[in-house]
Ligand binder design. Structure first.
Ligand code: FE2
Length: 364
């Protein structure tokens, strides 16, 4: 397995948003993130303001424009608030970048050393597809709060408190019909990734709609990214609804890993997160489908947590509704108990729930 990219995990995910302070308020109050760093006018940056939010090793960067025109405004105008950059940690950003370009990636920024009193980093960026980028961040030994160029945030700490989120488990990309295979090949050619898991439209279908998905992973499988495309059904695939409102390919969801999903979902529900509605019927069949669990089935039912089992163990997961007006990006919360897969057995139950939402929006 070639692993010249030497990826060490997801370093951060950057969102372009129209109002960085109000978006940060949501992540602090509802999701319990803390602001770690700031970049903007006070740090000498004139065209954008960014806040870095952290919980466990999950880092979200929110960036808003301070001027008309430019890449942030054109992104928001076309896609709405959404993910601009899925950044990977790496032991060698220059090598990762060279390998990506040799594999056919478009360069966005060549490897650039940056340093401040906390140390040095190297960052390089390629285009993933359409308006989504991947940065390679080599920051081993850097001791600052985020990256050089970012300073202290002077606002009050309004975090509602850690809800147990540890790391980014996976990031999911939605492609228009016919582009899944070529995007998977792109990740194989440019990042040295391999096919980790595949589901075809026979696995993920309901009476009405379906999708195809291939999961790619790096050599040590700390970076896992499902790539989806819509498949033909009697009615519109949820992936097609995403494409219709995102206009192009884009990041569909970021999955956040917790070590105690009952505590995490309980707190997030109390904080006001709007999760996908799981039908009662799901729990009638659950015990037969997944067998004995460590968790109390009544608690799982009350919190509407989903469960799936495979040959290695089981996983518990739940999905939010879209977190902006457009039916595009959402979050997943996941706990793994041995399982390394993605909840194939949940797809049918889940899709029926998603389709109820789609029908309410007049998009099914
Ligand atoms: Fe997921």
């Amino acid at each position: 397995m070639t692993d010249a990219s030497k990826l060490t995990g997801f370093h951060h995910v950057e969102f372009f948003v129209s109002n960085v302070l109000q978006a940060a308020y949501y992540y602090q109050r509802v999701w319990g993130f803390k602001v770690q760093a700031y970049q903007g006018l006070e740090t000498g940056v004139r065209d954008r303001a960014s806040l870095v939010l952290q919980q466990g090793k999950v880092r979200l960067v929110l960036t808003a424009p301070l001027q008309p025109d430019g890449e942030i405004n054109s992104f928001i105008n076309r896609h709405g608030d959404g993910v601009r950059n899925v950044a990977f940690g790496t032991d060698d950003a220059a090598a990762a970048y060279s390998m990506a370009l040799a594999g056919g990636a478009e360069s966005v920024a060549a490897p650039e050393p940056r340093s401040d009193e906390h140390g040095s980093v190297v960052i390089a960026t390629i285009r993933a597809y359409d308006n989504v980028l991947h940065s390679f961040v080599q920051s081993n030994g850097y001791t600052g709060p985020f990256l050089p160029g970012f300073g202290e945030y002077s606002g009050p700490d309004i975090s509602s408190g850690d809800v147990g989120l540890k790391i980014i488990d996976h990031v999911v990309h939605n492609m228009p019909d016919g582009r899944m295979e070529s995007q998977v090949q792109f990740y194989q050619d440019t990042l040295g990734m391999h096919r980790f898991w595949t589901v075809d439209d026979k696995d993920i279908r309901t009476e009405y709609t379906s999708l195809r998905s291939i999961v790619v992973a790096n050599g040590n499988e700390v970076v896992k990214m499902p790539v989806n495309e819509p498949a033909e059904g009697l009615k519109k695939s949820q992936i097609q609804e995403f494409i219709d409102f995102n206009i192009d390919a884009g990041v569909q969801h970021v999955a956040l890993l917790t070590g105690d999903i009952i505590a995490t979902i309980g707190q997030l529900r109390a904080n006001g997160v709007d999760f996908l509605e799981v039908p009662d019927t799901y729990y009638e069949e659950l015990a037969d489908r997944v067998g004995p669990l460590d968790e109390d089935m009544d608690v799982l039912r009350k919190l509407r947590i989903l469960v799936d089992r495979d040959e290695d163990g089981y996983l518990l997961q739940l999905f939010t509704k879209p977190v902006q007006g457009r039916p595009t990006f959402f979050f997943e919360v996941i706990q793994r108990k041995g399982s390394r897969s993605f909840g194939k057995g949940n797809f049918k139950a889940l899709f029926e729930a998603i389709e109820q939402e789609q029908a309410r929006r007049g998009n099914l």
